[in-house]
Design a protein around this ligand. Sequence first.
Ligand code: IPM
Ligand code: MN
Length: 373
Amino acid sequence: MASNRNLLVLPGDGIGPEVMNEVRKIIAWMGSKRAVGFDIQEDVVGGAALDRHGVPLADATMKTALEADAVLFGSVGGPKWDNVEFDKKPERGLLRLRKEMDLFANLRPAKVFDALIDASSLKPEIVKGLDIMIIRELTSGVYFGEPRGRHTNARGEVEAFDTQRYTASEIRRVCAVAFELARKRKNKVMSSEKANVMHTGVLWREEATRLHKEKYSDVKLEHMYADALAMQLLRSPGQFDVIVTDNLFGDILSDEASMLTGSLGMLPSASLGAPDATGRRKALYEPIHGSAPDIAGKGLANPLAETLSYAMMLRYSFDLGNEADLVEKAVENVLAAGYRTADLLGGGKHDGVKKVGTQEMGDAIVKELDRLA
Ligand code: IPM
Ligand code: MN
């Protein structure tokens, strides 16, 4: 039976395939228990693609991704490919997907589950109830600006350079996503750059302000330098609702925000393009964590970030909000019941905790879905 939901699954490297295996169980559950089916294609990316095709993303895979309704991504990279030339690094596979699919808006929610409050390195009263959405610009800035490279300069010294570059429309379209999302949340946007030292920062602030005035003056807009924001995220994260920022600052600040929630192993993300004539956006869903080569293949990885990425896909690409809620509820309940992968054991109290591996965590989620449904 054709489902009209074309999904490309790219597990990638390191813990990517392991955590994806657990999501497959949930996909199967959704198919049999909720009649939510997908037409799934699967392919290699990153180091796995490099080994098979000699490139971190084959053209055929790129084409499938462009035709899919959504891409579910694991993680890429690892020490095995440390010495490959720059343009073939596993990470280039992911960057090519983002660029060619034009996935300019990266939604990175940082939400604290009550059960994990003790896993955070911050005091419980600072992180309780925390729910922040970082919107990271994903297809421009220093990740893609030209010129970039390295050469030997006139004095005979090696020099390397990258270019931070933004156009007004690139800033406006990502800020628009932030304002729209804020309207469905606490109606507050914090725009972040370094307008005190960077031309791109000055333009960012001008465009955010102009767009706000033109179309979104009902939303509260504030600005904060990215360094100050890094500090405020630790001092009093509860002041933030939606944060919008550029590609590099967003990369760094979202890793920081993730630790407020207890572990990088918990956070999903959605990368979205512009809506087409039918309202459909190209989209890729991936955990914020990387390939964690140190624990890969050991059955220790936390599958919850990939699980929650799948839930975001249900919500944003397929309008299956109830099913997304169900998956998120199952995660919440399993954590409340004390299930913890190793990454979630940090610091705090360990009473009533069940230490589990990747597969046991996946099984616990499926069992909880059965109970909830
Ligand atoms: C992320 C990752 C990527 C990035 C890498 C793997 C290219 O750190 O998604 O945050 O820097 O954007
Ligand atoms: Mn990152």
